[in-house]
Design a protein around this ligand. Structure first.
Ligand SMILES: C[S@@+](CC[C@H](N)C(=O)[O-])C[C@H]1O[C@@H](n2cnc3c(N)ncnc32)[C@H](O)[C@@H]1O
Length: 325
């Protein structure tokens, strides 16, 4: 299993500054009653990771379904307002949602009205995925919004870094088949994964994390190994997370990467933060299908804007529908 992650914690963590001090802080937009500020601020930095993660997370959910024979229960860790859930279930993009909230009519709404409209909006899309979704975040308002807007079947507002899960929480998470996250590692450490895996250990869930290159994943891979999971890193692709907020964030990130002996050229040196994909599964699943066989990264799919022919099943018949996207 050549892509598995080494568990030796490179002496990096204590030797120099904490990556969390380098990354810009957005705490104020995570705790509002609804996602308008989240989309405005992260949208202004071309936040891309939910869009890029979506096809991978869907492929992994399908692979898990092939293995178990049923649709997975999925836990989005550090879910914020349930954007990954929205993109997983519906044919919307981060930018479509950003533009929706940027309308004067939407800006004028109170939070309660906004979530009522959002619920109707998301309900108006056909449901094509049967997976059950649980959102978890330290921000109670964000979790409440995601559930109220109909994006998730259940919400968990809890800080696994700070305390042991209650027995009620353990029951909620006992049936989780896949734990996944974008933009969350760094805010959460191995403590969170130990606690979450403790709740759903009987299912041996697959764990799928998109992690900024500035963070050392070895401590989390170590915790997952103790829970019986082998971690692979996708070597063949990296994923844009967003633009740097300012010169200070760019400069300090580059310095941190160089200290970790990672080369930023062609990546962060061009002004963007990049994440890598780590997937942890039981050894038998990894042996049956290594990560490089499990996922396919289709590059440039959103670059072409000309007419396309969509393969659709209508009334049980396969058709090609010509559309302008
Ligand atoms: C960059 S946002 C990512 C949100 C979402 N996954 C996305 O990509 O759109 C990071 C999220 O981590 C959450 N977070 C921070 N500390 C956390 C903790 N200890 N446990 C769970 N979530 C936490 C924040 O509240 C925030 O919603």
């Amino acid at each position: 299993m050549e892509n598995t992650v080494q568990l030796t914690d490179s002496a990096s963590r204590d030797d120099f500054f904490d990556p969390n001090d380098v990354k810009a802080s957005f705490d104020d937009i995570y705790r509002k009653e609804d996602p308008r500020a989240y989309f405005a601020v992260l949208g202004s930095l071309d936040y891309s990771i939910p869009d890029l993660a979506r096809p991978i997370i869907r492929q992994i959910a399908s692979a898990r379904r092939r293995e178990t024979g049923r649709a997975a229960t999925m836990l989005d860790l550090g879910s914020s307002y349930g954007i990954n859930a929205a993109l997983f279930r519906h044919p919307v993009t981060f930018d479509m949602l950003r533009r929706r909230y940027a309308r004067q009519e939407m800006m004028a709404l109170g939070s309660a009205d906004l979530r009522a409209f959002d619920r109707a909006y998301f309900q108006s899309w056909p449901r094509t995925r049967a997976e059950r979704l649980i959102v978890a975040d330290v921000s109670a308002p964000a979790v409440t919004y995601a559930v109220d807007a109909g994006l998730a079947d259940e919400g968990v507002a809890f800080d696994f870094e700070a305390g042991a899960p209650t027995s009620e929480l353990e029951r909620s998470l006992a049936g989780v088949d896949i734990v996944f996250s974008t933009g969350c590692v760094g805010y959460v450490s191995e403590r969170t994964f130990e606690a979450v895996l403790g709740c759903c250990a009987r299912r041996k869930p697959w764990v799928v994390n998109f992690v900024l290159r500035m963070f050392d994943y070895a401590p989390i891979a170590g915790a997952l190994a103790r829970a019986g999971l082998v971690t692979e890193k996708l070597r063949s692709a990296v994923f844009v997370q967003r633009r740097f907020r300012d010169e200070a964030e760019a400069g300090q990130t580059m310095e941190l990467l160089r200290k970790r002996e990672l080369d930023p050229s062609g990546l962060e040196a061009e002004g963007l933060l990049y994440a890598e994909l780590y997937v942890s599964r039981p050894e038998e699943s990894v042996r049956a299908a290594p990560l490089e066989e499990l996922v396919t990264v289709a590059s440039g799919r959103n670059i072409s804007f000309g007419p396309r022919f969509l393969a659709v099943q209508r009334d049980g018949r396969a058709e090609l529908a010509p559309v302008r996207t």
